[in-house]
Design a protein around this ligand. Sequence first.
Ligand code: NAD
Length: 518
Amino acid sequence: MATASAEISALTAAAFRTPEKFVEFCRNGGMPLGGIIDGEQVAGSMNATFQTVDPGSQEVLATVCEMGEAEVARAVAAAQRAFDGDGGSSWRNADVEERIELVQRLVELCERDRDVLLACEIRDGGKVSELAEGDFQQIRGCAEYFMGVARRIAMGDSPSVQVADGVNAFTYREPWGVVAGIIPWNYPIVLTSWFMFPALLSGNTILIKPAEDTPLSALYLGKLAQEAGFPPGVINILPGRGEITGHCIAEHPGVRFISFTGSPGVGQAILRTCDRHGTRMKREMGGNGAAIVLGDADPAVVARLIGRYANQHYGQTCCTIHRIFVDRKIADDFIDAETEFFKNLKIGYQADSGTQVGAVINPTQRHRILQAQQETIARGAKPILPGGEASVSGKNGYYVKPALFRTEPGLTVNPLEVFHTYATICPVSSAEEALRLANSSPYGLGSSVWTKDVERGVALAKQFRDGTGQVNCHNSIAYGLPYGGQGISGGPGGGVNCEETFLDYTQVKAVYVSEYPG
Ligand code: NAD
């Protein structure tokens, strides 16, 4: 058993060499990278640019044009034209096999340029290769799942039924039209895929607003979409800051539906804007995941597994574990094992072999994490590993040490999502006490139970308020099952990655038909 537990390690970097094609793409012939609107690269009328940097070194990777009100309006108009057809073939009426063929072609081009997209995740997003490679595979996984759904779900008219004397009625399902995906920085390729494929395959034309910290993968996907032969206006990429580009998208009444992934506060603010002009909105937001460790669990094994999940993308994973509730009987052994795991995580540059904790995405995030670590202590938690700034020789990145705290029931030391390898461990006297504490959070994205008694684990996992309950695993996703949040972690809609997701990108209307009187 000792050997097995030692084999459980954190996601780790292999050495990564940046491909020349990525460098060339970023260089863009000496011009800032423009947005992609109506099949063209667009510089932006605000004449504003921003730099996107490697968070592990602060090396500037590319200069990117910021899209403003005029570009958003232009993109919405182009997307609407592509949706309607403008006299030619329209995306809304394209045969599902036609859409599938283009999506397949895009996936093949992504696979051809795998190294460039990996460079986007590793260099621009700050990820270790083991995670970036898993993320890359989601492109095909997500596309293929939604191709199957698109073939299964009937769009158009339902059978007509008589609803009154001489009156028949039917419903019809159709895409919204122009829909926008507002994407965060932590999983750019994955979350762009989760938005883009169901939205496109259900017949919408799309705007993608990547996060300002990680615009490169969306811009590269936009370039590949042009090469794949998507008609102009079907896929538009609008880089820029949230308060500028994102806000203009939320303000535009021509956008019929927005899929937002990000933090709860921003999601709530966009919802209020959308509500003013009737844009529907789907929200997938942050979490503060819990793990409950029952007394029958092996503390050495479970501590390492929980550590591996908690450190996924250095804790910058929305559903991961930040609160651990462990049976008092095994608490000391568990804390010792978890401390050992956290302490030995290798901090380093994300593209260097062996790194397990790379830099966080930007200085604001670093500041927030450091403040949260101090606040946890101020609220009464005992620091086991207090965190603090870290440094990596020769690299001027935003590095932070993992943090681990011991707490007690009754202390509210960890109320907000702290987006790092950060966890509080609270010894508890019963599973019921653990469940009550786990559920005492306004978030509700993903939580887990760890036990040899799987049946009991399932019974407890079903009582989490979270959208995802897990037994002896965490950070779980599978196509066909919904991934969505409760409480402030989510909004209406069926979550992502399931049939309901596809349906969210469609609307159903009713038509009543009566014979002409007389
Ligand atoms: P964020 O909310 O700051 O930004 C998300 C996106 O919204 C970015 O593209 C940003 O530019 C844009 N934005 C910001 N202000 C805006 C505004 N006023 N109007 C329109 N758009 C605006 O989030 P972040 O820091 O980029 O991402 C981290 C958060 O995302 C965490 O809370 C994490 O848990 C959450 N997240 C959730 C999921 C999920 O599936 N539930 C997945 C990944 C990340």
